[in-house]
Design a protein around this ligand. Structure first.
Ligand SMILES: Cc1cc2nc3c(=O)[nH]c(=O)nc-3n(C[C@H](O)[C@H](O)[C@H](O)COP(=O)(O)OP(=O)(O)OC[C@H]3O[C@@H](n4cnc5c(N)ncnc54)[C@H](O)[C@@H]3O)c2cc1C
Ligand SMILES: Cc1cc2nc3c(=O)[nH]c(=O)nc-3n(C[C@H](O)[C@H](O)[C@H](O)COP(=O)(O)O)c2cc1C
Length: 644
């Protein structure tokens, strides 16, 4: 842990824009906007929290420069003057904290034509690797007139951004959206002045920057976001090509370069997200070597790595994305050395891959208040109550700390000797170690908020009636379903969570159930050298996982040669294996020393049912109400803590 930050909290400049520190909130789509793509109060609250938390520069998410490219009707838009007042209000709120605020202008590749979505691009090409931006068929190849019109969209929107009091504009030329697809040789095969050589492919961006500069003057910062490289497919943009573009972009008036990347079928980076902290730094560092303007680096960075990168002169500013979604106060907490209080991002991808349905935008698994900053504000209660919380998993811990922070007198009871609930085993498979930080953070919050913790105490209905609390919150979790299949009672049959918790298994293992828990248990055992077969009834394994995390897991399973039998139903567990019906309807015996059951969970709500009518106030939350995920457990805990 760095004791003294010599760089991260020092002022810096992008063009004429003075920044109080080097921490940047990169653009991240939220979907929090009002109908038509107008700035909403919810969005202002979300960004205000991040400004208050100490970030130096906020870059507002993907914003359509024209109403014509706001296809969803909910993408943030700056396509005409009616949008200016919303941004003005946002800028004023953010500025009150000494934070600067720029906006990212993005053409997604989709437009509305005659009321229908149409994808456009440099060339009418189907590029399989192009997973973002283009999802169906060949785009319409833009004509020269159409290119010039789209250049004007960007330029006019930049002028509006300045009028709205924003501090700068980032032109989104990364991640395979329209401008990136012009830069990339994989998607741009034009033969006119906008295709072919690096100079020609960069022309659209260069013209946007030049035209913008003419209209906004020298003191209004404008810069592009670029892919340092496109990974994982043939013919993508190379670092060498990006480096060739650097002087052209500087010459065109760029005040900085924000170096991201794109990956399609790459193990290390998927779309703009990489798992390995600092994986993209070599790209930023190469750009920095030749760049005359500040370089902004990104890619699973934290403040410690950020400090190191600045120290080594590999970049000038550090973008921190998901960690600032998880904890808006990260910069202030780090500056004050309040390490234990940082809400840890667990790299679960739920923010990008499991947006909340019902048009409510994105959400964070570990920070339930993200996007609900106003509604979830913690206010002291007028009349404190005694509150009994049953269960020390994420739901119970969250409920207890929120209730205690509001002033209630809270006691949490956990039947085992440790906190964390299922997280204590969920953290054991490969790539899940970040859950350890979540348990430590939540445990620390309990102590900090004054919750009394009683370990090794299994709460019974009598105990609740005896203690007579004003309110009871039950967060007793879920129990594994064991099925009633013939043979399930044999000694070689185990529940997945018992295996993760340390029960021994033989060398040849069959796992019945190929959802997240089954597959992760398979991965865990394969890493220990076991031979693993996963049997799944439906046609897709790990179907309950977010796509990027799922792909990461499947790559790991493939690497360890875990065999997946899909569309396969287990009929019976035998002494030395299992009998299945395979996809083609045939019966087959699969030999195994151990059989692991991972077919789901059932709610553990007996305690709640037995006391709910006998106490003044009772609620049942997390998996004990409905077995789901960390996100739902923490959200229901937060809500219970607020409503008690
Ligand atoms: C292997 C595995 C991997 C997982 N991976 C993920 C993942 O990657 N992402 C994700 O979002 N979700 C994951 N989950 C699911 C996630 O862990 C659960 O949804 C979450 O832990 C539910 O939280 P909870 O607080 O409701 O219940 P739990 O975490 O189950 O906690 C309940 C707690 O209550 C205690 N308790 C029960 N009865 C009593 C009683 N009478 N008195 C006192 N204490 C009691 C238990 O001991 C336990 O500590 C995973 C689950 C498993 C099993
Ligand atoms: C929910 C979400 C939305 C994103 N939206 C955008 C966006 O609007 N524009 C953009 O250039 N990148 C976007 N990104 C990529 C981020 O700006 C950033 O590059 C990426 O998250 C890596 O940084 P991190 O590892 O610190 O999160 C998004 C990422 C996430 C998680």
């Amino acid at each position: 842990m760095i004791k003294e930050y010599k760089h991260l909290f020092t002022p810096g400049k992008i063009g004429a824009m003075a920044l109080k520190n080097r921490i940047v909130l990169p653009p991240m789509g939220t979907g929090f906007h009002d109908e038509g793509g107008y700035v909403s109060q919810r969005f202002i609250d979300y960004l205000e929290a991040r400004a208050k938390g100490g970030v130096g520069l906020i870059i507002i998410e993907v914003t359509a420069p024209s109403v014509q490219c706001n296809v969803s009707n909910h993408q943030l838009t700056l396509g005409n003057d009616s949008y200016i007042p919303g941004f003005k209000k946002l800028a004023e709120v953010v500025h009150a904290y000494g934070t600067k605020i720029a906006i990212q202008l993005q053409h997604s590749s989709w437009e509305l034509k005659d009321g229908k979505p149409l994808q456009v691009g440099p060339s009418p090409l189907v590029v399989p690797a192009r997973v973002m931006g283009v999802m169906a068929g060949a785009p319409h190849g833009l004509t020269l007139d159409e290119i010039h019109e789209r250049i004007q969209w960007f330029v006019s929107a930049a002028v509006r951004a300045k009028e709205a009091g924003l501090d700068g504009v980032e032109m989104h030329a990364a991640h395979q959206y329209l401008l990136a697809s012009f830069l990339s040789p994989a998607t741009n095969q034009r033969t006119d002045q906008y295709g072919g050589s690096v100079e020609n492919r960069a022309r659209i961006l260069v013209e946007i920057l030049k035209e913008t500069r003419k209209l906004v003057g020298p003191d209004f910062p404008v810069w592009p976001r670029l892919n340092g490289q496109e990974f994982g497919f043939d013919g993508g943009l190379t670092l060498e090509e990006t480096l060739q573009m650097v002087p052209m972009l500087e010459e065109a008036g760029s005040d900085a370069l924000h170096v991201s990347a794109y990956g399609a079928y790459s193990m290390a980076i998927r779309a703009p997200i990489c798992d390995i902290p600092g994986f993209l730094i070599p790209l930023a560092a190469e750009v920095k070597k030749i760049s005359k303007v500040p370089v902004i680096a990104v890619g699973r960075l934290d403040t410690e790595l950020g400090e190191e990168i600045l120290e080594q002169g590999k970049a000038d500013f550090i973008s921190i994305g998901r960690r600032l979604i998880a904890d808006p106060d990260l910069p202030n907490k780090v500056a004050a050395g309040r390490w234990n209080e940082i809400i840890p991002c667990i790299n679960c991808m739920e923010c990008i891959e499991r947006p909340v349905t019902e048009g409510r935008g994105t959400a964070c698994a570990v920070n339930a208040a993200m996007g609900r900053e106003r509604a979830f504000r913690i206010q002291p209660v007028a009349k404190p109550k005694t509150v009994m919380v049953v269960g020390g998993g994420p739901a119970g811990m969250q409920a207890a700390s929120v209730a205690a922070r509001r002033g209630h007198k809270v006691a949490l009871y956990e039947k085992s000797s440790e906190l964390g609930g299922q997280l204590a085993i969920a953290k054991l498979p490969p790539h899940k170690e970040e859950l350890t930080n979540l348990i430590s953070y939540m445990a620390d919050q309990l102590t900090r908020s004054g919750v009394t913790i009683e370990y090794n105490t299994e709460v019974t209905p009598d105990m609740i009636l005896e203690k007579k609390p004003d309110a009871v919150i039950i967060a007793a979790g879920a129990a594994p379903l064991m099925t009633d299949m013939p043979g399930v009672k044999q000694p070689q049959v185990l529940a997945a969570q018992d295996v993760l918790a340390g029960r021994q298994v033989g060398q040849n293992v069959v796992i019945i159930g190929g959802g997240m828990v089954g597959c992760e248990t398979g991965h865990f055992l394969s890493e220990k050298g076991k031979h693993v077969i996963v049997v799944e009834m439906i046609k897709r394994v790990a179907n309950d996982m977010a796509p990027m995390v799922r792909r990461r897991l499947l790559d790991g399973l493939r690497e360890k040669q875990v065999m997946m039998m899909t569309n396969t139903t287990c009929l019976e567990i035998k002494e030395k294996g299992i009998l299945v019906k395979t996809a083609d309807g045939k019966q087959q015996e699969i030999p195994a020393d151990s059989v692991i059951i991972a077919v789901g969970y059932q709610k553990n709500d007996t305690l709640f049912q037995s006391i709910k009518d006998k106490v003044p106030e009772a609620s049942n939350i997390g998996d004990s109400a409905n077995p789901q995920r960390i996100r739902e457990a923490i959200l229901s805990g937060y809500q219970a803590g607020l409503s008690v």
